[in-house]
Design a protein around this ligand. Sequence first.
Ligand code: NBX
Length: 818
Amino acid sequence: MAGLTPSLNKAEFKASVIRHLHSTLGTDENKANNHAWWKATSAAVQELVLEGLRKTQKTHYMNDTRAVHYLSAEFLMGRLLSNNMHNFGVFTEAEKALKELGVNLTDVLEEEPDMALGNGGLGRLAACYIDSLATLELPAIGYGLHYEHGLFRQEIQNGEQIERPDSWRDYGNPWEICRPESIQEIPLYGYVETKYGANGGIQKEWHPAMIVKGVPWDIPVVGYSGNTVNVLRLWQSEASDYFNWDVFNAGGYVDAQRENVQAETISKVLYPNDETEAGKELRLIQQYFFCACSLKDIIRRYKRAHGDDWSRFVDQVVIQLNDTHPAIAIPELMRILVDRAELDWDSAWSICTQVFAYTNHTLLPEALEKWPVRMIEKILPRHIEIIYEINHRFLSEVEKTWPGDNAMKAKLSIIEEADEKMVRMGNLSVIGSFAVNGVAQIHSELVKKNLFPEFEEMWPGKLTNVTNGITPRRWLKACNPKLSALIDKKVGADWPLHLNKLTGLAKHANNKTFQKQFMKVKQENKIALAQEIEALTGIKVSTKAIFDIQIKRLHEYKRQHLNLLHILALYRRLLENPDYDMHPRVFIFGAKAAPGYKLAKDIIYAINAVAEKINADSRVNNKLQVVFLPNYRVSLAEKMIPAADVSEQISTAGKEASGTGNMKLSLNGALTIGTLDGANIEIAEEVGDDNIFIFGLTVDEVADLKASGYNPYDYYYQNPELKAVIDWLDTDYFTPGKPGALSSIKHSLLDGGDPYLCLADFASYADAHSRLDAAYRDQQEWAKMAILNTAHMGKFTSDRSIQDYVENIWKLAPCSVK
Ligand code: NBX
């Protein structure tokens, strides 16, 4: 792959940037501010990108390649300039070129708004996967929504989260290309007409009441040091041109405009809920809109090569559903094949069930998508008929496997027969796919054992595992240049493509010089983060302290409040004994709460209140500090992760499907304190039990404890320290003049039943922290453990995950671009 990279030398790069400053931006070197330099630099890089894109598309077309189509409602891309420069191998030259122009690349990179078109892990996973697909030279296209506003920007006012709109494209986005030639029209609402043909056959015709336009925006996805540039195609909704001309002509200009607004609302905003389903009509329309646009696009491309011959469709097309959010694509493809292409049902179903594969990301019941039948009926009247037909045929299969068992039918049915009938999107996805995967070994086992056990029995082998991964290009090479340079020297520079090469670091783990170099990099990264913390919050943190970081969405199951209880315990110990022996520690949080998730917002408020009190309390002797960094996002993660000593991965066992932040932190030499949950288990296997701090109940122990009737009060009364810190939340100590401001947390932990077992795990967690504190005192030992973490993360490259998908699910071949 190396050597094929289209590259620019320093002089050429400089000339290109200046040319863009002049002719793209209409400014010059003297007037340009950092924003203009960012745009000009991006434009210069985009020239390379587009050249690669053209070649890739031509090559894929000429070779009529089989491709994977990754359907995801979210792609959490972050910033692209640094990434694209690294992947093209022009970062260093560009840095030098700009320096000669008197411009600091680091400042320029800060001008780029994050593309925050996702909530968290699921969306970022999609972004890592399209990076790996391009890197591995696999024909692939990502399909999603071109949200006008991505995930909200978080401000903290008086300790509370305030949501502000995110406007990532306000001043133009240099990477995206509008493709009006590929606009699609998408029907909505209306009714279905049944027609009887001369031969007695039945034809269904959907008469939609509304048509919206799907406008594609392409974001090129640059593979690392290769020539493949794939595409992420994001659909924006617009009012259809001819839509509602009648109203318009009748003088109903204003009414017509109102409907335009409705059409354009579809891609306006990303829903900010992770792990819950709101059941909002607009969200269902979003899902259908991008699936319908994408399927039309896939079929248009297929037909260009194969005309109306559907026989090769399953050879050319595989569609991966990123969770159930795109599951409506299954009945949509059936509609196209049966109503439009006039295939018989069985042929159409056979195609569908060879094309779709589905990834499950959660077991939490509240996160499993269900849509009211009545809502689907209204918006997609033909699809509800198709869903019923799929279900009818499926239930006769169930009847064959479990004759006469109606309870089984009720359980497996796509339709949930409740007061309000619901469509279970998970069941639809399993039934309509040829492969279903969980995202870490334990999660996939639980999918088989607890979520879909009967499906496993009906179709042995359909349910499988692909453990998540992360791209080491963004999450080590680009975000941690100092560590990368050190690693280059030890194991060579090709580890970003072959992450297992990092095992070559293990033999240096005991080497004092290397330990010093490794820890020096960590220290420099901590100093940089400390400056960022001060700039963002005004808090001066001690860089001698252990940087203990928990970054992820705020959710009860992720247990930021368990972390907080332990912080309170340390605080108490320090107040009781100012000489309490602990290494100084800075606890750093980053987390957004779903705007409607009251307790999550209360926990953010509590962290901030506790932080304010502790940071101002001289009695803690500079041993304890707490920081909540506002507006956690990809670009902030890139600054935090390289500076972490400790990675908090403390979900209740069985609840975190995988986690991916755990991998990023460990890759950058942080030691994990974590439960045996999700990918933590596999991380522990890789790094070894001596290099990780595991605590808490296991999945089985959680189940046993719940079965035996868990009572949080047992732990509360039996552990005086735990009782004291929980009671503390009920005073106005942290919220002077506002007693009870933090009591919702206490309530959820006691009378609320402590659904995520914080109290049951508290003692074990505190003990793990004591072990960690003791381990840090031996700096050589700690350095060795940190090095071994980096050394043993090879498994977690997203290239390996994609390879697993390719071999076990997609059956794709790479296609190199010359
Ligand atoms: O997906 C996350 C899981 O919680 C993580 O354990 C896992 O590592 C990651 C990638 O597999 N799920 C997640 O991020 N979900 C969402 O963001 C989400 C968004 C919208 C929605 C439901 C869930 N309606």
